[in-house]
Design a protein around this ligand. Structure first.
Ligand code: SOE
Length: 379
């Protein structure tokens, strides 16, 4: 008989849907001692909440998230609300002794993030942040290759996250998914929304970032605000680029924008070492490209590895289909929750936790600060 864990989710947007799907799938594909129960869903808009509850498969709806957190029968709080809610919700959940899963970025800034880390450490509750791309099997395999030392000394780390959905000046800020354009809700623009993913993966694969120099830009300076009804200044960064030093001596180059016409969610990364290089592209997420200078010269070249070797050496794939059949974006969330549940059983810490995500938050803050000052900023 499995031990049941009751989950309470806050938020019914894109991430609310992605997380709910993972919670529903995890016990069907992973052998775990615990079973997740989709107990309560919470959000302010009662009508939309009810539609979400029914469609996503939650047992109950609660429009007051504090009431949900206070319930004795809830074991885990999942925060899938906009960034300006993360701190208060996480602190309340920690004080109530709940395990906490929080959507990325950890918070709007390092100051809020530090309060959250303090709260979970004081309460001694397990916690995790949804930097889901670490659990795309090709990215996990990249980590295994880097850790094996096959790349040799690392010289370069390069990452992009390109989108084009905010180019129109008529697009409002505020409310529903558009909170991402409102600096009060989001904390920053593409730095926290997109570069944070790239930074999390980069630190995981290549170690700490020690200093940055950035160029940030807001192309559309004013937008209609959906909640206030006024035209208001835009406070977010629409584009953000930075150069950095890694502690291991390698150099980093990062770019994120929502103004790259034609690109919808093009997250790419590349690592160049003395012996070998790897690269990955979210639009072809089940492939990892690998170049090994040690290969026989006549055959040497970039190889494109299809990460579908179920029963072989490809991470996570033995939980899914037969060799050759690929999986997608949503599986990265299922893998993350599966890892959390198996770590709960072994006592291991699940990464990234709040403390880990705070390091990424500090790099984001340094990028914003350097973009404003035009100077190098130490992290
Ligand atoms: C929108 O910019 C968004 O959905 C981000 O919020 C996600 O974190 C990213 O994975 C995809 O794009």
């Amino acid at each position: 008989m499995k031990k049941k864990l009751n989950v309470g989710i806050i938020g019914y947007g894109f991430m609310g849907r992605a997380h709910s799907n993972a919670f529903r799938q995890v016990n069907h594909f992973f052998d775990l001692e615990h079973e997740l129960v989709l107990k309560v869903a919470s959000a302010r808009n009662a009508e939309r909440l009810e539609a979400f509850r029914e469609k996503a498969g939650w047992e109950e709806a609660e429009t007051d998230w504090r009431k949900m957190i206070e319930r004795d029968d809830i074991d885990i709080i999942d925060i899938a609300a906009p960034n300006d809610w993360h701190r208060d919700m996480a602190i309340a959940a920690a004080e109530a002794g709940k395990m906490i899963w929080c959507e990325k970025p950890l918070a709007r800034n390092g100051e809020e993030g530090r309060e959250m880390v303090k709260a979970v450490e004081k309460a001694g509750v397990r916690n995790m942040v949804w930097y889901n791309y670490r659990r795309v099997p090709a990215v996990t395999l990249a980590k295994m290759i880097v850790d094996s030392g096959r790349l040799g000394k690392i010289y370069h780390y390069r990452a992009n996250f390109l989108q084009d959905w905010t180019i129109s000046e008529d697009l409002p800020q505020g409310g529903e998914g558009l909170w991402r354009l409102d600096v009060n809700a989001a904390g920053s623009g593409v730095t926290g929304d997109l570069l944070a993913h790239c930074i999390d993966t980069a630190i995981w694969l290549n170690g700490n970032i020690t200093r940055v120099t950035a160029r940030t830009e807001t192309f559309v300076k004013e937008r209609h605000h959906n909640l206030t009804g006024q035209v208001e200044p835009v406070g977010i960064d629409d584009a953000s680029m930075f150069l950095c030093d890694f502690a291991n001596g390698s150099l980093g180059l990062f770019e994120a924008t929502r103004y790259a016409r034609g690109h919808k969610a093009l997250y790419t990364l590349e690592i160049n070492g003395a012996n070998a290089s790897i690269r990955w592209d979210l639009h072809d997420l089940h492939r990892l490209e690998y170049f090994d200078h040690g290969d026989e010269s006549a055959l040497r070249g970039w190889r494109s590895i299809h990460i579908t070797d179920a029963g072989g050496d490809h991470p996570y794939m033995d939980h899914w289909w037969v060799p050759g059949l690929q999986i997608g974006y949503e599986h990265s969330f299922t893998h993350q929750v599966a890892d959390f549940l198996s770590d709960l059983e072994t006592g291991a810490t699940t990464q990234p936790d709040f403390a880990d995500a705070l390091i990424t938050q500090d790099v984001c803050d340094a990028v914003i600060s350097s973009g404003q000052s035009g100077h190098w900023v130490e992290v």
